[in-house]
Design a protein around this ligand. Structure first.
Ligand code: GDP
Ligand code: ZN
Length: 309
């Protein structure tokens, strides 16, 4: 049996990247896996048998570490969440929303602060304080300027991982990907589609080879909502709140009105960034407000485990 990664699915035909030979094999799934609900999807690690040197049969799907509906993809290792520090302004509410949603879905976030060139020295200092805070609670951050070809260690995160680039429109996603675009393994038409403005709504998700890793060809998560999340999931996936919660008086403290709450104490003495707490309260309040039907939710997951650190 051979091991592969599903990198593309079009009309029941799978392209499987063999993890040992690095060949790309055209595959069809065996038997029960032809039923959509149990079918392999892009991002799946599979075992397959060869029919000849170009074609094979998918025999098994390995358990998924996460499983999203929108984008329709499995096993994302990491998401680059891209923010501009100006034009548009840095939006910490959206950043916290991305972080908590990604944590909930077992996807490691890496925060990119783009358009650094637009800040004067004083503004850079201010944003650096914010960056320091997010690093102190465990997040990797990267300062970039796509127009000035500054990307620090961004490329070092790509090898051997499946990544998604996501963020509001206008923050510089395409510019950053174009900057990284050195030797994408697919033909140029596909590259320009993938790296373009993301208006190709009818296309299937596909993994592109970038810097010996994989980047999902998808405009990202669009608008996020908290599909499938309860208040306690918010509390558990604000990572520094979760860390502090063992010192809250009540088990399952939501850090709202409970007495002897460690999180509120840390907010009070500025150990927790104030905007983290106010955003948390906003999200708690928003939960359940905008319950949408399953189909209109941009992100969904079967995996409710917290990532083990
Ligand atoms: P996307 O919608 O996220 O893909 O954003 P784009 O890559 O299309 O960028 C939106 C606009 O911001 C374009 O006019 C870019 O030239 C500009 N832009 C992107 N990155 C930078 C940057 O680092 N600095 C500056 N000054 N402008 C940038
Ligand atoms: Zn508490």
């Amino acid at each position: 049996m051979n091991n592969g990664l599903v990198i593309r699915l079009i009309a029941g035909e799978y392209k499987v990247f063999d993890l040992d030979t690095l060949n790309i094999i055209n595959c069809k799934p065996r038997g029960v896996m032809r039923i959509k609900s149990s079918a392999p999807k892009v991002g799946d690690y599979v075992s397959y048998t060869l029919i000849d040197d170009k074609n094979g049969i998918i025999e098994n799907i390995k358990p998924r570490i996460n499983d999203l509906i929108r984008p329709y993809i499995a096993n994302i290792d990491q998401a680059f969440v891209i923010f501009s520090v100006k034009e548009p302004e840095l939006n910490l509410n959206l950043l916290d929303k991305f972080l908590v949603t990604l944590e909930f879905n077992n996807i490691t976030p890496i925060i990119i602060f783009n358009k650094w060139d637009l800040l004067n020295e004083q503004e850079q200092k201010e944003v650096n304080e914010v960056i320091k805070y997010y690093e102190s609670i465990g997040y990797k951050t990267i300062i970039t300027s796509a127009t000035h070809n500054i990307y620090n260690d961004l490329k070092e995160y790509l090898p051997n991982k499946v990544s998604v680039f996501t963020g509001q429109s206008g923050v510089g996603k395409s510019s950053l990907l174009n900057m990284l675009d050195t030797k994408l393994s697919l033909d140029t038409n596909e590259i320009s589609m993938a790296l373009g403005r993301g208006k190709h709504t009818t296309r299937h998700t596909e993994l592109l080879s970038v810097e010996s890793g994989w980047v999902a060809d998808t405009p990202g998560f669009g608008t996020l909502d908290f599909e499938g999340m309860e208040k306690s999931d918010l509390a558990q996936n604000f990572v520094e709140f979760f860390a502090a919660s063992s010192n809250c008086k009540y088990n399952g403290c939501l850090h709202i009105n409970e007495p002897n709450c460690k999180v509120k104490e840390l907010v009070g003495n500025n150990s927790i960034l104030n905007s983290r707490y106010t955003n948390y309260l906003t999200f708690i309040n928003d939960l359940g407000k905008d319950k949408k039907d399953y189909d209109s939710s941009p992100i969904n997951s079967n995996s409710k485990r917290r990532r083990k650190k």
